[in-house]
Ligand binder design. Sequence first.
Ligand code: CP
Ligand code: NVA
Length: 303
Amino acid sequence: MAKRDILSVADFTPGEIEQLVKQAVKSKKEAWPQVLAGKSIVLLFEKPSLRTRMSFELAVHQLGGYAMYMSPEEVGLGKRESVPDVAHVLSRYVQGIVARTFQHRTLETLAEFSSIPVINALSDYEHPCQALADLTTIYERKGKLKGLNLAFVGDGNNVANSLLLACSMVGINFLIASPQEYSLKDNILMIANKYAEKSGSQIMLLEEPAMAAKDADVIYTDVWTSMGQEEEYEQRCIAFAEYQVNDKLLAYAKKDALVMHPLPAHHGEEVAVGIVDRYRSVIFDQAENRLHFQRTLLAELYK
Ligand code: CP
Ligand code: NVA
């Protein structure tokens, strides 16, 4: 059977996404299939992580497998050793690669030269496991996906790209408010627009946070400066100063709106101090659901 890589939300069909999300919720109360018994998965990380590393390691263990972590210092992807050589070597040892890389291209090269599945654990372009775990959280809370309004306030980054694709596939309306130069790029919009035509999802690019937040069922934000962009920190703080999720902005959303954040959060920057604490129930559900979604994904890939 051909190996299956998960580098993008678009590596799933909309039907598969709905099925995985529902199964992830169910899996909390079921016995987990031991599909990884006798199998090993490597976690190859070029950047730090709390949630992604912990939730993938636990998911592998819960399915009976062995997880091995390679830290940023050890890997030296493309420096100590070429990416194709690393892919070939790992294919001789383990049955899957979960990789967090600076460049999305590195993931594509790993996938091209390995004979085992490669899963994107975050790149500069996408964070698919985050977005799909977040759909799981939204589904649990709202009992549906189609027809909801999700307002993304802030940077058109990796998390925004994956959420855009996920929402456009399942019929969630995606409204993003960003400064123009930090908005979503045309290539990802083209893909999302095609899905949206079929699902009925509305996609809107806005500059005014209040316009995106109006009648939102979900207000979503992420850091203004992602890993790898640290040199731009000061310039980004200035550009995004008006894009903070705070009480003034939340007043535009529906009364029962969820406030979501993938974490880590910068309290006092993209979220006002106190917001994460007030909405901790949903925000920490997001973190927990990373585990349930990823275990469900691995169970499906290795069944
Ligand atoms: N949300 C998320 O991916 O967190 P980590 O960077 O800690 O893995
Ligand atoms: N956009 C953030 C997400 C962290 C989970 C980053 O790439 O650093």
